[in-house]
Design a protein around this ligand. Structure first.
Ligand code: HEM
Length: 363
């Protein structure tokens, strides 16, 4: 007699659907991570201004004829970057900088497709867990906004006398990428492991971790200004800047606030300071975790975050000392996102996996 398995219970179906949606979101977050790395390489190779049109659909295909290459090259030759930086590099030189920007935009379209198609698929099958729909729609809107912000950033690079995009627009683009990445990861973690409240003994660890995570976000945005103003090409020593801990000319510009975004000495100092504070708070979180948490997933997650910060800090120093080669610059940008992911996983592990009170070591 054939064996009919019993129908899955409602809870089992819900759990299966939550897991499927979570893995899809994590997959999209992986695509976003690769996108950030491609974005770094695009910026560092000076490729970002090579496509002067905003053509979400027709731009999917690269130029397919010599006439089309010539048309795009002629467009590029009208902007200051060509005249001031690349004059005379010829259509072959243009083709070289074209491909990374094209890939960056193609990858953006791929992310949009993977997200929208996945959302439609889960939605039509009724597999999206209750309560997640508004957030998933919000993420779709944020993705669309990011495409528009990307173009808003690129367009600033075509303005008179500019050879690169406006730094604050680059930071908005980077910040939105980080927000989208974080929302994807956090939503997925919430679906994989229902939230609980950490016991009182674990809360100091989480508090310290939160401080470290917010400082990390600050350090990352400050890093965006370093990248945007190319501040990494100056003061290539560590820990001192021109022989001083705080460089001369920190307050060179006026009004004073413009030093935070446009003064190379101040911009680089701020990034170092915020990165160092992140490392300090991360070390604090690791210390607290070792003292207060029992061996297990939550403690490992905090230690993993600490290790990721240490790696990123070392990569930052190497990037600076070697005067920002494309490889190290891209790696530093890509690993920054992994550090953020590690912070989110650790924060979630402390919240989502309440520790049995008996296993918590008290101070
Ligand atoms: C917690 C540690 C750190 C984090 C999370 C971090 C994060 C970042 C991020 C997100 C960027 C911007 C990438 C972009 O938008 O293009 C950046 C750029 C940069 N960071 Fe860091 N950073 C850290 C530590 C350091 C340290 C310690 C140094 C050196 C002392 C450093 C030097 C640089 C330089 C030179 C750039 C510009 C690279 C470029 O032009 O591509 N970073 N950092």
């Amino acid at each position: 007699m054939p064996f009919d398995p019993p129908p899955p219970t409602r809870t089992a179906t819900l759990r299966r659907d939550s897991r499927a949606v979570a893995f899809w979101l994590l997959g999209v977050a992986g695509l976003v991570w690769i996108m950030v790395a491609i974005g770094g390489a695009t910026r560092l190779t000076g490729s970002g201004l090579s496509i002067m049109e905003w053509a979400p659909l027709s731009g999917t295909l690269p130029p397919l004829s010599e006439a089309e290459w010539q048309r795009l090259y002629d467009l590029y030759r009208t902007i200051p970057q060509y005249q001031l930086v690349n004059q005379g590099f010829g259509i072959e030189g243009f083709k070289q900088i074209f491909w990374l920007e094209w890939l960056h935009r193609l990858w953006g379209r791929l992310i949009g497709l993977a997200y929208a198609a996945g959302l439609a698929w889960f939605w039509l099958r009724g597999r999206i867990p209750a309560g997640s729909k508004p957030r998933l729609l919000g993420l779709l809107a944020l993705g669309g906004l990011q495409g528009a912000v990307g173009w808003y950033m690129v367009a600033s690079g075509f303005e008179a006398d500019r050879t690169a995009v406006a730094p604050y627009r680059l930071v908005i683009h980077l910040g939105l990428a980080l927000l989208i990445f974080s929302a994807l990861v956090w939503t997925a973690l919430g679906l994989l492991r229902p939230e609980g409240r950490a016991p009182a003994e674990a809360r100091p660890v989480r508090r310290m971790l939160k401080v470290a995570a917010w400082t990390l976000v600050g350090a990352m945005l400050a890093g965006g200004f370093v990248a945007g103003t190319r501040a990494g090409l100056s003061f290539n020593t560590f820990p001192l800047m021109d022989g001083q801990l705080v460089p001369d000319g920190y307050w060179l510009l006026s009004p004073a606030w413009t030093n935070l975004t446009a003064n190379i000495a101040a911009v680089q100092f701020n990034h170092r300071l915020l990165a160092s504070l992140t490392a300090l708070f991360a070390a604090g979180a690791v210390w607290a975790a070792l003292r207060r948490l029992p061996a297990g997933g939550a403690r490992r997650a905090v230690l993993g975050f600490g290790a990721a910060v240490a790696l990123q800090y070392a990569l930052g120093i190497a990037t600076l000392l070697y005067v920002v080669p494309v490889s190290l610059g891209t790696l530093h940008q890509a690993v920054a996102v992994l550090v953020l992911a590690a912070a989110l996983v650790a924060l979630h592990a402390l919240r989502a996996a309440p520790l049995p009170a008996s296993r918590v070591r008290t101070a």
